[in-house]
Design a protein. Sequence first.
Length: 112
Amino acid sequence: MSETPKKILYCRCAFAQVVPEGVKNEVLERLCDSGVSFETVSDLCEMSARKDPRLEKLIDSEAPVQIAACYPRAVKWLFHQAGVPFPEDDKIEVLNMREETAEEIANQLLNK
């Protein structure tokens, strides 16, 4: 029996602009060049503020999810503020583009 493939969620941080531009751009470029499937959103903060119903669909999956965004505690809080329960298991991993390098993030997303 094969493993369920992971789901990758990439936040562009378009409105808050707290993630360094170079890191965001390089991670996105490496994801695009890799050929792996991923989903991108313009800004998780804005989605949370609007209580966007798509937030639940982004993490409601049998597959493990990796989220390239901001501080893990901030991402969890954004989902909580939008009324979306954030699983407290190891199914979801939040990668911090504010503190890690683009290479570190891309390697984790692409399992290198």
